[in-house]
Write a protein that binds this ligand. Structure first.
Ligand SMILES: NC(=O)c1ccc[n+]([C@@H]2O[C@H](COP(=O)([O-])OP(=O)(O)OC[C@H]3O[C@@H](n4cnc5c(N)ncnc54)[C@H](OP(=O)(O)O)[C@@H]3O)[C@@H](O)[C@H]2O)c1
Length: 289
């Protein structure tokens, strides 16, 4: 397929580009300035002057805490919300498939069970509200779309929890990690593969939840990273969220029910700890040589 990819310099976008190329797709990755989500005329120009079958949108403003700053609000709403509506409209007008990503942060985290795609949304922070606005605009335009919600994403070429704690294990004697938020860590390689399979198998359009299989707290995730890296000199201490001040509140429950995703591609996502092993062995190690 011919795929246009926005946000190819980012953590997920760079992995999508690698995985899609390896699967034989033709990629067109405009730089930020050539398809700028803050400037709709650049998007219209791109759509009118490039040939592609599907648009994969990995571009977003992802700094969750910065979204709480009043000075960043309108930019984050434009990039994560309004511009996604433009993309949906442009895809619909030109009969192209839209793939867009969203987040567990559209939920309030108060459900006792894992979230299914149809559960009511109610974000607890500004980032979640801007991403929800993007979702609503995609659904309102109703083109041929895949809206993939993911959680706790990590991979090469991005700021993420795994790289951060590996760095801290080497320099700190003690590390406090939140133990009352539970979710599913997601390796970008697995999310990229899932996205490719949705397109290749022509899965039913709609919303999908995708993460590594199984659930863990941030504390449990840090412990597993420590176990797998053997960086055991740092003591990890589990603490409640109130102890770690962050401008944006996070949901306590970020668990996704993954059965719809599994049915769409014919298999369940692999366990999160297996994906972590792959990342630590092949990518994090390689990036530090
Ligand atoms: N990271 C997570 O834990 C996580 C969890 C769930 C869902 N997601 C979703 O997954 C998607 C990808 O996230 P990510 O972590 O890969 O993000 P990322 O690493 O922050 O990358 C964001 C990308 O968007 C581009 N971008 C930012 N503003 C833009 C604009 N105005 N116009 C065009 N491009 C712009 C950036 O380009 P420049 O570098 O040139 O600015 C960069 O390539 C997002 O939709 C995010 O909401 C992420």
């Amino acid at each position: 397929m011919k795929i246009a990819l926005l946000g190819a310099s980012g953590m997920l976008g760079s992995k999508i580009a690698d995985v899609f190329r390896a699967r034989g797709h033709e990629l067109d990755c405009p730089p930020h300035a050539e398809a700028d989500l803050e400037h709709p005329h650049t998007l219209e120009r791109f759509f009118n002057s490039h040939a592609f079958d599907a648009l994969v949108n990995c571009a977003a403003f992802t700094q969750v805490d910065a979204c709480e700053e009043p000075a960043k609000f309108s930019m984050s709403l434009n990039v994560n919300g309004t511009a996604v509506g433009w993309l949906a409209k442009l895809c619909k007008k030109s009969n192209r498939i839209l793939v867009h990503y969203s987040t567990d942060y559209v939920f309030d985290g108060r459900k006792e069970e894992p979230y299914v795609e149809t559960d009511p949304t109610d974000p607890v922070n500004t980032y979640g509200r801007t991403k929800l606005q993007g979702e609503k605009l995609v659904l309102a335009e109703n083109p041929f779309f895949y809206l993939v919600r993911s959680s706790w994403v990590y991979g090469p070429k991005g700021r993420n929890f795994v790289d951060t704690v590996v760095g801290l294990f080497k320099t700190r004697a003690r590390l406090e990690v939140v133990d009352d938020q539970v979710g599913g860590p997601t390796y970008t390689g697995d999310l990229a593969l899932f996205t490719g399979e949705l397109l290749e198998k022509k899965a039913a359009p709609g919303t999908y939840h995708f993460a590594g299989s199984g659930y863990v707290s941030w504390y449990g995730f840090a412990k597993e990273i420590q176990k797998q890296t053997g960086l055991t000199r740092c003591e990890i201490v589990g603490v409640p969220s109130e102890r770690v001040f962050r401008p944006a509140e996070r949901p306590a429950n970020s668990r996704f029910d993954l059965s719809k995703a599994a049915q769409a591609v014919g298999r369940a996502p692999r366990p999160w700890s297996e994906a972590l092993k792959d990342y630590l062995e092949h990518e994090l190690a390689a990036s530090r040589v």
